[in-house]
Design a protein around this ligand. Structure first.
Ligand code: ADP
Ligand code: C5P
Ligand code: MG
Length: 215
């Protein structure tokens, strides 16, 4: 029923009627933001938030918050992040689900997710919605390594050993997800080299095209 409703109603009018209810009924406008470590996902998300009023949910930030809140999964998440591996999908998807459901907004940037086909399938099964937009920030490895090593946020995984592991995981697990959305015609590939402003000028038209239905 909600799918038929969503066909006739702009997402925003559904949002007004349905704040505080389940993800699926809320029918959020979802953008997945993909790219290797240091490709500039978080930086570009800030620009999209400023210009288009999205709520930014970084999967990595949600996981790091779990660590600092001493949750029962905290130690396991920390070990996984230190190894540059992927946290079990149900843990990450439940954090994203809670964040969507507790937000008054209906437009979300889900940054650093899905990192694997398993992530993607868990999202489809638990949250039950497909992304409206998928962005992929395409950045050469050398540039990503340089940016991560100069990020200076005190992250346990921003060191050369873990970066090498994260890049391996990116190639083996993230690229299949990117190809999945490419094959379905949902992928917007952005050249992630240039200044933050130059890159954002290639991002802007993607959201501008959706602005009418998002208002
Ligand atoms: P990600 O979220 O993809 O890991 P970030 O947005 O955190 O990447 O960016 C990684 C580092 O690179 C940060 O220190 C950020 O300030 C810097 N950065 C982001 N975009 C650019 C850019 N276009 N050129 C140079 N440095 C950048
Ligand atoms: O995206 P970000 O660089 O903040 O992610 C940091 C780490 O968090 C990843 O290397 C990975 O260990 C973990 N992560 C995850 N699953 C995701 C996103 C991040 O396991 N979907
Ligand atoms: Mg980030």
């Amino acid at each position: 029923m909600w799918r038929r409703l969503s066909f006739f109603c702009p997402k925003s009018s559904l949002r007004l009627a349905k704040d505080g209810i389940s993800c699926k009924e809320k029918n959020p406008f979802i953008t997945f933001v993909l790219g290797g470590p240091g490709s500039g996902k978080g930086t570009q998300c800030e620009k999209i938030v400023e210009n288009f009023g999205f709520t930014h949910l970084s999967a990595g930030d949600l996981l790091r918050k779990e660590i600092s809140s001493n949750s029962e999964n905290g130690a396991m998440i920390l070990d996984t992040i230190k190894e540059g591996k992927i946290v079990p999908s149900n843990v990450t998807v439940i954090l994203i689900k809670k964040a969507i459901e507790s937000s008054k907004n209906y437009k979300f940037l889900i940054d650093g997710f899905p990192r694997s086909d398993e992530n993607r399938i868990a999202f489809e099964q638990i949250i039950g919605v497909e992304p409206d937009i998928v962005l992929f920030f395409d950045c050469p490895e050398e540039e990503m390594v340089k940016r991560v090593l100069s990020r200076n946020q005190g992250r346990v995984d921003d060191n050369i050993e873990t970066i090498k592991k994260r890049l391996q995981v990116f190639h083996s697990l993230n690229l299949p997800v990117i190809n999945h959305y490419l094959e379905r015609g949902k992928l917007h590939k952005i050249n992630a080299v240039g200044t933050v402003e130059e890159i954002f000028e290639n991002v802007r038209p993607i959201f501008a095209a959706y602005k009418k239905i998002m208002k």
